[in-house]
Design a protein around this ligand. Sequence first.
Ligand SMILES: Cc1cc2nc3c(=O)[nH]c(=O)nc-3n(C[C@H](O)[C@H](O)[C@H](O)COP(=O)(O)O)c2cc1C
Length: 335
Amino acid sequence: MNLETTYLGLVLPSPLVASAGPLTRSVTGIRRLAAAGVGAVVLPSLFEEQIRREAERDAALAEAGSESFGEALSYLPAATGDGEPLQYLSLIERASTAVKVPVIASLNGATTGGWTAYASSMQSAGAAALELNIYYLHGDPLTPARDVEERYIEILSAVRAAVTIPIAVKLAPYLSSMGEMATRLQRAGANGLVLFNRFMQSDIDPDTLTVTSGLTLSNPVEGVLPRSWIARLRGTVVPLSLAASTGVESAHDVAAYLLAGADVVMSTSSLLRHGPEHAVALLDGLQAWMARKGFVSLEQVRGRLSPGRGADAAAYGRSSYLATIDEATHTYAPG
Ligand SMILES: Cc1cc2nc3c(=O)[nH]c(=O)nc-3n(C[C@H](O)[C@H](O)[C@H](O)COP(=O)(O)O)c2cc1C
């Protein structure tokens, strides 16, 4: 069965994409993922903080002059010469020549500033597209919602000005009006959206009275939120590619995201849990499901259960919420 897919204007051999994470950190991992059938890989993010650190280090070295070179290195905590941004460009170059599938670079930040210009180096290094992860939790709880949204637009506009390759914006699910925001992002130059960024924050341990690492892998239940938004946006923000991210464990989850209207379905957790070759199981399972249901192409599947394609729009809104509460009450209420 032909699983060819278009995402961000790029032609992919399959709709399964390895999202940013540890497996795409090395060319070996990327080769294994491509051999297992993923349609594209997203590299782990290069963070705003890494770019700034490198720029500060360079500035300090220039100021100190060549005679004080050693001294400058010793007082800068981050001045280890590890050159993370340069290593990142090297990874883009090596990965792009190692595999045929598109290699998407990821830039991750939350403020406006010179770091966004680094996108242009990523394009020059061979990135087929850019994923812009705007992980912005505003510090002041009284920040107006419009200011938060404006930050997204400013960052995207700066990156858009630096590159000509397609850009997908990886969003958090906490924006009040996702459709309007999607439209504004599209006008500011986004070619696609990745829904959603996972909330990766520290947590609280009441036993040790400490703040602990929040790292967990996802589970399929977490897919309900992004799936719901993809279904609502499909058909509303037509020119934007939509990528699903979070909670894919089996072919069942991939199929559900496609039915909601995702152009591509991404996975990090399941590929970490089961290894890169799990992509084979996901794609074989998808094809088996399509055959069972009588679908012969992805076009027949994609968006089939999105309200935009004539299904019941209210089913994704309040009536769906009330029906769920009602079902839960009947299931769990005593007597
Ligand atoms: C260990 C780990 C590292 C990750 N690193 C990044 C990253 O560098 N940049 C990014 O945008 N997302 C990163 N993510 C988020 C994933 O790309 C993905 O959006 C998220 O895990 C939800 O997908 P999943 O349910 O398939 O894991 C990371 C996730 C994990 C688990």
